[in-house]
Design a protein around this ligand. Sequence first.
Ligand SMILES: Cc1cc2nc3c(=O)[nH]c(=O)nc-3n(C[C@H](O)[C@H](O)[C@H](O)COP(=O)(O)OP(=O)(O)OC[C@H]3O[C@@H](n4cnc5c(N)ncnc54)[C@H](O)[C@@H]3O)c2cc1C
Length: 323
Amino acid sequence: MTETRHTRLLIIGSGPAGYTAAIYGARAMLSPILLQGMQPGGQLTITTEVENWPGEVSIQGPELMQKMEHHAREMGAEIIVEHVVALDLSRRPFRAECDSGAAFTADALILATGAQAKWLGLPSEERFKGFGVSACATCDGFFYRGKEVVVVGGGNTAVEEALFLTNFATRVTLVHRRDSLRAERILQERLFRNPKITVVWNHVVEEVLGEQAPPGVTGVRVADVATGETRVIPCAGLFVAIGHAPASELVQGQLEMHHGGYVKVEPGSTRTSVPGVFAAGDLTDHVYRQAVTSAGMGCMAALDAEKFLAAEAGGSAAGLAAQ
Ligand SMILES: Cc1cc2nc3c(=O)[nH]c(=O)nc-3n(C[C@H](O)[C@H](O)[C@H](O)COP(=O)(O)OP(=O)(O)OC[C@H]3O[C@@H](n4cnc5c(N)ncnc54)[C@H](O)[C@@H]3O)c2cc1C
């Protein structure tokens, strides 16, 4: 028989947004339940050093996420390994169904299901993720001071990443499979003017080359899309900038979206188009996509949910959240 549990506040997702919402929700005495999903700890569990989380000069991504989980549990959040396969936001309480058969109903819901970078899908790319292959120049650019890097892609993100990387790298090669970029004209002009950047047109990355002990990238093999001819571009890092996909399938058709699937929230809040449903982190954010901004939005979502529930109850809830 399917077990259905009710909670005042259900949080879906266990990245920085979800865990921060759980910490604030628990401190507001809302006894939140957090469902972790298939990737407990979220995207940071697939990276190595994180050097931009305030208070930690350098910390491994998985360790940072274990600390957040521990913090949320200590505050009283209930954290459960469940993956949600269906959500019903059409009536309250909201209902979440999980792949195990378990179901949860909730008076308020925080969505923090994040996003996933799109990858090239090469086995060699997989081997060097976190060891020279990255999908985030803001996160990892600093590690490539004085080195050469390659960026793959042709849209705004790829051009912005390439420009940003010139702050660190001695040379940036942008590899694009077509003969023109999709990026905005002003970005393209900046790119073409930058003496550190070379564009390799009509090429695709075929393989990431590197060493295993210690693991590190030494170059990429690219192929001409017309002739199939290959050559190696030496580099210490490969940045894949071919887009991100927000994990919003569960709420498609139920919540307003923008920018190709990101959940829309009211400016300056985490309120979605359905009262009582709040969204935080990369799921809503196609611009910043950082752990610290996601955590900030997780905090906002818990405060917004607490206010929503308190207003419904006709008074103020415990009100601890903001302290
Ligand atoms: C390789 C890499 C390195 C990075 N390095 C840095 C860095 O150095 N510094 C930095 O600030 N940022 C970095 N980032 C970006 C950072 O990881 C993200 O901005 C941040 O993790 C987003 O947090 P989030 O809470 O929104 O979601 P995510 O971290 O994406 O977590 C989403 C969560 O939702 C869960 N979930 C998804 N679908 C379901 C479902 N159906 N049911 C239940 N749960 C579900 C997943 O299991 C996961 O726990 C990096 C990203 C990558 C990929």
